[in-house]
Design a binder for this molecule. Sequence first.
Ligand code: ATP
Length: 228
Amino acid sequence: MSLLQVRGLEAFYGASQALFGVDLDIAEGELVALMGRNGMGKTTTVRAISRMLRTTRGEIRFDGQDLTVLPSFRAARLGIGLAPEGRRCFAGLTVSENLMASARPGAWDQPAAIALFPRLGERLGQTAATLSGGEQQMLAIARALLTNPRLLILDEATEGLAPVVRQEIWAAIAKLKQGGQSILVIDKAFSELRAVADRCVILARGKSVWTGTPVELTRDIETEMLGV
Ligand code: ATP
């Protein structure tokens, strides 16, 4: 059985419809890349899955449970950890306070997060506002991990970061995958995504239009559906 099973997902911002039928499966331990050009509905899909956006139709099952009837805090309790686009850490709180604010019991605690991102360990007493973009992204991922999620969702995992920091984030994602973490990741760095993903799902105009392994994702499909 899939850990996450999305069927015919539609989503709405007020009267405006953003998703028109997204199907998505994630098995336990799988890393799925959600791809698509700008504005095709990737962020909306993960907001719907994490129940930040609740005006949806269609089916979202997580571990067999229907998420569409739950508020977002309950979805988080069930085990969906989102590192949102734009990072959204508490700017005025220290790194340590940010980590504590999201912590729930489990294998991921502050020392484990620091082992993954040693830079955070050197900055525990610093406020999040004073971190570099890369460090803020590490903090956002660490915060999501400290909820001990069964599914970790990373929206724009490396957007706007310096190349060396991007490499650090991709290395951390690869480590998490090796450790058996189920992950859904959105990023514009397609070659890095392909290198780490088990499967890719492509969205176009609010619909899932293609799914397959990175090997099956040919140049032609990339050009046609991703414009690269
Ligand atoms: P990007 O790669 O640019 O982040 P995306 O694939 O994540 O794009 P979404 O952000 O999910 O795409 O946007 C999908 C559609 O929903 C777009 O047409 C967008 O304009 C619309 N949309 C997104 N957020 C809102 C909002 N808060 N209110 C109204 N429409 C929105």
